[in-house]
Ligand binder design. Sequence first.
Ligand SMILES: Cc1cc2nc3c(=O)[nH]c(=O)nc-3n(C[C@H](O)[C@H](O)[C@H](O)COP(=O)(O)O)c2cc1C
Length: 193
Amino acid sequence: MIELGIVVGSTRPRRIGPVVADWLRNEVPPDTFAVTVLDLAEIGLPLLDEPELAATGIYTHEHTRHWSRLVGSVDALVLVTPEYNNGYPAAVKNAIDYLYAEWADKPVAVFGYGYRGAASCREQLATVLRRVHARVVDGVGLRLRDHLVGEPGAAAAVRPDAELLGATRRMLDALAQAVIAGTDAVEDVRPTV
Ligand SMILES: Cc1cc2nc3c(=O)[nH]c(=O)nc-3n(C[C@H](O)[C@H](O)[C@H](O)COP(=O)(O)O)c2cc1C
């Protein structure tokens, strides 16, 4: 079973992030993945307040160690994130900046949403994730104008079409493959007796 973290990247009141994350969670095949939802609003990281660089692995604050344990305990991650002003939300970048080694080799996909599919946000986040040596897997762009019905906030619902379902399935397959390939790579370098 693959441990999959689904990060909810928006933190404001009446956000639709949890609606999108819930929909995704229900699309995840339960025979392949065990899902943990990591909601940045609940996790409540302050703006980066560690005195040492994350690359040192020296964490002064319990909130950093908590976040480190959460990211470290999953095999792969999907960042469910809105596009804000052609970029990513500050909370998502802040959560990435808190850690370093935890991201290395971690298969990560960006499931972005915005009126036109959040392409800028997804592209910019992929650049950031490569900087921390995550294994970036092709993500998904949900178009709010096509794929969301109802009022903004919790009353909204995802209305998928074949394109969204196909992209979501490919993303989850690619994450599973990346996890399996990573495991194989580790096994390959083990000495034989
Ligand atoms: C600060 C801010 C900036 C936004 N900028 C964009 C944008 O650049 N492109 C876009 O498609 N939608 C943009 N939107 C609209 C969001 O896609 C929409 O409000 C969505 O519900 C945000 O996700 P959330 O509700 O989970 O926060 C923006 C919304 C906010 C709050």
